[in-house]
Design a protein around this ligand. Sequence first.
Ligand code: SDX
Length: 443
Amino acid sequence: MPKNSITVIDNRTGKQYEFPIEEGGVVRATHFREIKTDPGDFGLMTYDPAFTNTASCRSKITFIDGDQGILRYRGYPIEELAEKSNYLETAYLIVKGELPDVKHYEAWERNIKTHTMVHENIKKFMEGFRYDAHPMGMLCGTIGALSTFYPDAKNIFDLESRRLQTRRLIGKLPTLAAAAYRLSRGLPYVYPDNDLSFTGNFLSMLFKMTELKYKPDPVLERALDVLFILHADHEQNCSTNAMRSVGSSQVDPYSATAAAIAALYGPLHGGANEQVIRMLMEIGSVKNVPEMIKKVKSGERLLMGFGHRVYKNYDPRAKIVKRTAYEVFEVTGKNPLIDIALELERIALEDDYFVSRKLYPNVDFYSGIIYQAMGFPMTMFPVLFAIPRTSGWMAQWAEMVRDPEQKIARPRQVYIGEKLRHYTPIETRPEPKMREDAVSDSI
Ligand code: SDX
């Protein structure tokens, strides 16, 4: 029976080492510290910038098979959840680990809806932003500020405190997101309407005008709810890594969520859905697509909404988003940008530059087209990503807090700087040599 281990020979000493291969096909990086040339040696260290091949945790929440294009939350295929579930039920599944029965679902819905209001002072806080502040910047600042309203959140090892903060954050993100939108439009805030569904209430807080009670369009409400399901979690992506890493210092979950929102804001991550629309609008028409493809292949531009660190196949979420777009168009009318997106995809999927790099549409490629058709401004698109991802972030954060193997995240480095040198009086110093990485004051 072959042994579940690897044998390493250090050719510097001829010594052999045997390391166990653990569940999931992993070898603990700390084993490499045993490989030394002499007892005082630090030992070997693994080097993996951007963690392209390094597991940071063991998790039971989300499973992705990037080659097969498989995504499951707690074992349930994303396709089944998108078709049969709703966001709030999916959030329960991600946070609690099981689908709820009727009693538990109703209690969960009540608990979330209990926390849709925010402290009135938050309104004053948000009014401090410039009129044209990006809502992701507002959300990042406001969520961080929430930590000052809930000092009890520091009790991260208390299960009830973790549960309460989870309900608060899932319940309040839509309220804060809608407030940022209303502020940017010079419109009065709309208070939560707990008679509506989670997503219906969000639409009401965004779009209610003078009518006494907002009635969400059921097709748009369902489409947005499906998009929320698709964005709820995605294992150890950049923003979840930020949530876990910042949370590992034992800071409260609001501060960690602010860090996760900041990471998601980036154009290579959740900000991509906004950049896709800007790219499609820049292309302007199907006839200009080849020109953009040429720029991408020359390395001048990225094809926003394409590519993924894990998926080397079509992102299963993108297929569902693409299908949902046509359901939305039945109500809103077709967003003409979809024709440009479809042509970009058609060409890219045939072109060796993309095929050889396994670049396929990801979840952000079509989602912005739907959001724009629903009337959201582009700057709100990453916010629509952050709202549902809050359930994933909180589940991942709680898993980290409970994991006995986890402790404060503190990566090592490979030092490539100057060797030891000593301070000299300023009068005796030569003109400083400008290193290529130094920011010279002449530029
Ligand atoms: C999300 O991690 C997650 O799970 C994230 C997410 C989630 O749900 O949390 O799925 C959400 O963030 C989706 C990704 C959204 N971002 C974008 O659409 C931005 C455009 N995509 C790229 O920036 C890129 O594909 C990344 C950042 C998504 C992934 O980058 P990697 O894994 O670091 O890949 P890479 O940069 O090493 O690229 C490998 C090659 C390179 O070419 P060569 O140097 O080999 O010649 O592919 C090229 C890259 O230049 N490439 C692209 C490209 N993406 C990669 N070329 C053109 N257009 C692109 N979009």
